[in-house]
Design a protein around this ligand. Structure first.
Ligand code: EPU
Length: 340
């Protein structure tokens, strides 16, 4: 366990926003969590941070930030069709996906290159290109910071939703490790139907190919590279907003003036791409001081170099207002503002 006082967080959030926290603790596993509980870390102000890819620091954090650096991977069960693998929260999700794809274990290849830790993946139920963490998560092992005990949640108990899970509303549980059920060839269930994924695959692509997972992973990486900023070069948090789900009546009203608006039927209404709504308001590619809207994906707000969290938040509010005024649709951030 390593502890830092008055810690600079600029390298711990993909927006690259400078902010400090009173205390930053890197911990390696269960013993450290018990020790922190004993030291009453969880009795004060605290939060858990993975890769910092889904938050915006709008000021300093007066409390303790805990960050898992636990890195173990353990095979739990294996059959001819699938494998259950337990991965520690501190592993970079994309490193785990690379490991899985190298072993020929399918299920996470569409999630390639999402900046995220294994621990954050179920909390946020990360998703991309037709796949979500919930498709492969079997169990989530957590530490209950109120009780000082360990427990695990089945997939059903995680109550996954769109960029949502039980853990989002219950931050008392810190994810320790995640069990993923991955498939082996020929039981792979490849998802190739999202957007232009199929056309980004090599022309001789075959689902039977031993390298099919690798090809999908590379295609997803390429699409992301073409559309989304690389956090190592341009600060952002991926999609800043969630795609709103609205009543069909709202969709029909907009379709009257914009017959080409894309939308997707959902069990609870219709999902409209927030990127489309924002683009129609004219914000795409716009810059305002140190912040801007990415020119290739209107859902992504970017730090142009010296941005503060407040500037990003203000831009987000302007955009939200423009969308509300033009379409009567409320869009909500996917990114979490800290302090709230
Ligand atoms: N669109 C526009 N203009 C834009 C962006 C999008 O018109 O500037 C429209 C297009 O019609 C496009 C549609 O929106 O076909 C969907 O766009 P895209 O495939 O880029 O997906 P998205 O809905 O904007 C979501 C996720 C992304 C994920 C992609 C691919 C959310 C909030 N975002 O974006 O996730 O990579 O799908 O699956 O659901 C993230 O969460 O940080 C993230 C990057």
């Amino acid at each position: 366990m390593k502890e830092y006082k008055d810690y600079q967080l600029q390298g711990n959030n993909t927006f690259g926003i400078p902010a400090r926290c009173d205390r930053f603790i890197e911990y390696a596993g269960e013993e450290d969590l018990k020790e922190m509980y004993k030291q009453k870390v969880f009795a004060g102000q605290w939060m858990s941070l993975g890769c910092g890819a889904n938050l915006l620091f709008c000021g300093d954090y007066h409390g303790t930030i805990i960050h898992s650096v636990a890195q173990s991977i353990e095979k739990r069960e294996e059959t001819a069709q699938n494998i259950l693998v337990k991965a520690d929260a501190g592993i970079i999700l994309d490193n785990f996906i690379e490991y899985s794809v190298s072993n020929g274990w399918g299920g996470m290849e569409n999630l390639s290159a999402i900046p995220c830790s294994v621990g954050a993946a179920p909390v946020q139920n990360v998703g991309a290109y037709g796949a979500e963490a919930k498709d492969v998560v079997e169990r989530v092992h957590v530490f209950d910071t109120k009780e000082g005990t360990f427990r695990s949640f089945s997939k059903e108990e995680c109550t996954f939703g769109y960029r949502d899970s039980f853990f989002k509303a219950n931050p008392q549980y810190v994810v320790v490790s995640v069990e993923f059920r991955l498939t082996k060839a020929p039981s792979w269930e490849l998802r190739l139907d999202y957007g232009n994924l199929r056309s980004a695959l090599p022309s001789d692509f075959s689902p039977e190919d031993a390298l099919a997972l690798r090809m999908i992973r590379e295609a997803v990486r390429q699409i992301r590279h073409d559309k989304l900023p690389d956090p190592a070069e341009i600060g952002s948090a991926g999609s800043f907003f969630k795609n709103p789900v609205v009543d069909r009546t709202v969709v029909d009203k907009i379709l009257h003036d914009y017959p080409k608006m894309p939308f997707y039927e959902m069990p609870n209404g219709c999902k409209i791409p927030a990127g489309w709504l924002i683009e129609q308001t004219g914000w795409k590619g716009k810059k305002s001081g140190n912040v801007g809207v990415y020119e290739k994906q209107a859902l992504v707000l970017v730090n142009l170099g010296q941005a503060t969290g407040k500037e990003v938040w203000e831009l987000a509010q302007h955009i939200t207002l423009s969308v509300k005024e033009k379409f009567g649709v409320e869009i909500y951030p996917e990114v979490i503002k800290i302090p709230q």
